[in-house]
Design a protein around this ligand. Structure first.
Ligand SMILES: [Zn+2]
Length: 72
């Protein structure tokens, strides 16, 4: 039997296997490492950094407002 939630690609969260949104990839790059090629989804990032989902949304909104090239 295959591991059900082991996605080793750039389109799924490496922790939970959720399909990633572009914003989540951008947020991961901002918070973790700009050169990352494997990403965490927003809930997993929030847990890792002890933030709420609302905090993450707020950060994404701020980065977008600042014209960050990782968000477009
Ligand atoms: Zn996740």
């Amino acid at each position: 039997m295959q591991e059900p939630n082991k996605f080793d690609d750039a389109e799924h969260c490496t922790a939970c296997g959720k399909k990633l949104e572009r914003d989540e990839i951008g947020l991961h790059k901002k918070l973790v490492n700009r050169g990352s090629t494997r990403f965490l989804c927003k809930p997993c990032l929030a847990a890792k950094f002890r933030m709420s989902i609302e905090d993450c949304d707020h950060l994404i909104a701020n980065f977008k407002a600042a014209g960050c090239s990782l968000f477009y």
